[in-house]
Design a protein around this ligand. Structure first.
Ligand SMILES: Nc1nc2c(c(=O)[nH]1)N[C@H]1C(S)=C(S)[C@@H](COP(=O)(O)O)O[C@H]1N2
Ligand SMILES: [Mo]
Length: 408
C-alpha cells in the first residue's frame, strides 16, 4: 500500500492578492502590480519527488511541471524528465492488491470488474512507445493570453508503456452496437475535496478506443508507473491530447453518446470549428473536441543559447510527431525560414511513437543565429512558423520550435 503526501500550497492568497509565501508576510504586497507573480512563488517549492532538478514548476496545487526542451533529448522519456499535468490532487492511498477496474456504461453488454492480476493474466500483454502531448503545450505563445498553465514547449513525452489492449478487455465485457464513445474515471481527488466530483473524466470515440495501441497500462519504461503518472493503472492513448490518457484509472464506461464527463464541454479541449480573431468570442455550439494532435517537432540538442566556435559543424537533433500520422519530412533553417535544409528522419518504433531526427549544420560567419525546426506529416501538412489560430483555451500551438545560437 502506498500512501501519498498531498502537498499543500505554501502561498496564501486572498481576493486582494497574495499575502504570504511559506508563512512569511509579503510586506509590500499592496504595491505589487496586478497579475504579477512573485518570483518566490516557485523558488521555495520543491519539485515533486524524483523529478530532475531542472524541470520547470508551473503550479504545485495541483502539480504542473514542464520539461525544458534540452531535457527531452532521450529517445525514450525517462520518468524523472517527464512533464506532469494534474487537474486534481493525488489519490490519498493506493492499495495495489485491492485496485479494481470497472467496465460499465449504457453500451456495455454487462458490468465487469478486473483486478490488476486479472488484467495481467487473462489478456495478452503489449508494449508500445506512445507520444503524449498536453493539448495546452505552447499555450504561452498565444496573445491575448488565455487562462490555464502557461506551458512553453515541454509538455510532451514519449515513454514505453506496457499493458493490455483496451479492445481486448472491452470485447471480453461485450460492446453493444450502439456504442459511440468510452469515458474514463480516475481515483484522483477534486481540488474542492468533494468526493462526488471528478477533476477530469474524458474519453475517445470507439474507433480510437479500439486501436491496437490503446492500452490499459501498468508499466512505464519497464517499471511500475510512477505515482505522478498514474500508478497503478493508466489508460494510454497515443497521438491525441494527453488529457484522454486517464491516470489512476478505476473505471471505463462504454457510452451510447459522446462522453459527458468533466472537461468534455465548454472551452475544455475544444477549439472553434472555424478561425476566429484573437481574443474573440465563440458560441459553445461552434466548438469541436480536439482529436488527433497536429504535426510538431522539438530541438533537444543543443540547448538554446549555446555558443559555438567559428568553422565548427554543429550536430543538431530532436524529435517529431504528428498525432495519428507519421512525420515524413524534417527541415531546419538558420536564416529565419528563408531557406531550409533537410534532416535525417528515422521511422517511428511503432505507430504513435515520436520520431528522431538529426542533422549537421555549419554557419557562414560569426554572429547570432536562430535554428528553426519544421516537420511535415504524411498528409503534407507542415508546422506553421508563426503562432497558429488563436482559440479561447489556448490549445494546439504547433508553431516551429526555435533555439538561439551564437557563433564565435
Ligand atoms: N486521472 C487523471 N488523468 C489525467 C489527468 C488528471 O489530472 N487526472 N491529467 C491529464 C492531462 S490534462 C494530461 S496532459 C496528462 C499528463 O500526463 P503526465 O502527467 O503523466 O505527463 O494526463 C492526463 N490524465
Ligand atoms: Mo493536458
Amino acid at each position: 500500500m502506498k500512501s501519498i503526501n498531498n502537498r499543500r500550497s505554501f502561498i496564501q492568497k486572498t481576493l486582494l492578492g497574495i499575502t504570504s509565501i511559506l508563512g512569511s508576510e509579503v510586506v509590500f504586497a499592496k504595491n505589487l502590480p496586478k497579475n504579477t507573480q512573485l518570483l518566490g512563488e516557485s523558488a521555495f517549492i520543491d519539485l515533486p519527488e524524483g523529478k530532475h532538478k531542472d524541470l520547470m514548476l508551473l503550479n504545485d496545487r495541483p502539480w504542473n511541471v514542464e520539461t525544458p526542451p534540452h531535457l527531452l533529448d532521450d529517445e525514450i522519456t525517462p520518468a524523472d524528465k517527464m512533464f506532469v499535468r494534474n487537474n486534481g490532487n493525488l489519490p490519498e492511498t493506493i492499495d495495489v492488491s485491492k485496485w479494481k477496474l470497472v467496465i460499465d456504461g449504457e453500451s456495455a453488454k454487462t458490468i465487469k470488474t478486473f483486478s490488476l492480476e486479472d488484467l495481467k493474466t487473462k489478456f495478452k500483454t503489449y508494449t508500445y512507445q506512445l507520444t503524449l502531448e498536453c493539448a495546452g503545450n505552447g499555450r504561452y505563445g498565444f496573445s491575448p493570453q488565455t487562462s490555464g498553465n502557461q506551458w512553453q514547449d515541454g509538455a510532451v513525452s514519449c515513454a514505453e508503456w506496457t499493458g493490455v489492449r483496451l479492445r481486448d478487455v472491452l470485447e471480453s465485457v461485450g460492446i453493444k452496437d450502439d456504442a459511440v464513445y468510452i469515458g474514463y474515471y480516475g481515483k484522483d481527488i477534486h481540488l474542492s475535496g468533494d468526493a462526488t466530483k471528478s477533476p477530469i473524466s474524458r474519453g475517445v470515440p470507439m474507433k480510437k478506443a479500439l486501436e491496437d495501441e490503446t492500452l490499459l497500462a501498468w508499466a512505464m519504461n519497464g517499471k511500475d508507473i510512477p505515482i505522478m503518472h498514474g500508478f497503478p493503472l493508466r489508460l494510454v492513448v497515443g497521438g491525441w491530447p494527453a488529457s484522454v490518457s486517464g491516470k489512476w484509472l478505476s473505471k471505463i464506461s462504454i457510452r451510447n453518446k459522446i462522453h459527458d464527463g468533466e472537461k468534455m464541454s465548454g472551452h475544455s479541449y475544444r477549439v472553434p470549428e472555424f478561425p476566429i480573431e484573437a481574443g474573440g468570442k465563440v458560441d459553445d455550439s461552434d466548438l469541436k473536441i480536439i482529436e488527433s494532435m497536429p504535426v510538431k517537432s522539438v530541438i533537444t540538442f543543443p540547448k538554446s543559447g549555446a555558443i559555438i566556435e567559428e568553422n565548427h559543424t554543429l550536430d543538431l537533433r530532436g524529435h517529431a510527431w504528428a498525432g495519428d500520422f507519421e512525420v515524413k519530412e524534417m527541415m531546419v533553417s538558420i536564416d529565419f525560414g528563408a531557406t531550409w535544409q533537410k534532416c535525417d528522419l528515422r521511422k517511428p518504433k511503432n505507430r504513435l511513437a515520436w520520431q528522431h531526427w538529426s542533422t549537421k549544420i555549419s554557419f557562414p560567419k560569426k554572429g547570432y543565429y536562430e535554428v528553426w525546426a519544421r516537420a511535415t506529416d504524411a498528409n503534407g501538412t507542415t508546422q506553421p512558423m508563426v503562432i497558429p489560430a488563436w482559440n479561447p483555451g489556448g490549445y494546439l500551438n504547433n508553431s516551429c520550435h526555435r533555439i538561439a545560437i551564437k557563433i564565435g
